[in-house]
Design a protein. Structure first.
Length: 103
């Protein structure tokens, strides 16, 4: 999704609407599409401002949302890398060194 248009542009658009221009005429002056002008004009009439819409997914909704408590409180299990396994084998004091079970 692209970034919202700047707040300064929205403020200029709102001034044009308050001066009495239509949404289409204000959009034409600012080189915006007529659809954007109509949408911003409607938003100004209903809320008094032309703020950008919230972007992204809503927080707390998804298939893992019921299990968040488990993930937050679950203990961390150490993960062994190949280098860790090699170091365990290389530094072992016994002559018959065996790999760590996690490796």
């Amino acid at each position: 999704m692209s970034a919202p248009l700047p707040s300064a542009l929205r403020a200029r658009f709102q001034r044009y609407i308050e001066e009495g221009l239509s949404g289409r005429a204000a959009a034409a002056r600012l080189k915006l599409s007529p659809a954007t002008g109509a949408r911003w004009r409607h938003q100004i009439q209903t809320t008094g401002r032309a703020d950008p819409a919230v972007q992204g997914r809503p927080k707390g909704s998804g298939k893992l949302a019921p299990h968040v408590g488990f993930f937050v409180t679950a203990p961390l299990v150490p993960q062994f890398t190949r280098l860790d396994c090699w170091l365990l084998v290389a530094t072992s004091s016994s002559s018959t060194a065996a790999a760590h079970p996690a490796c």
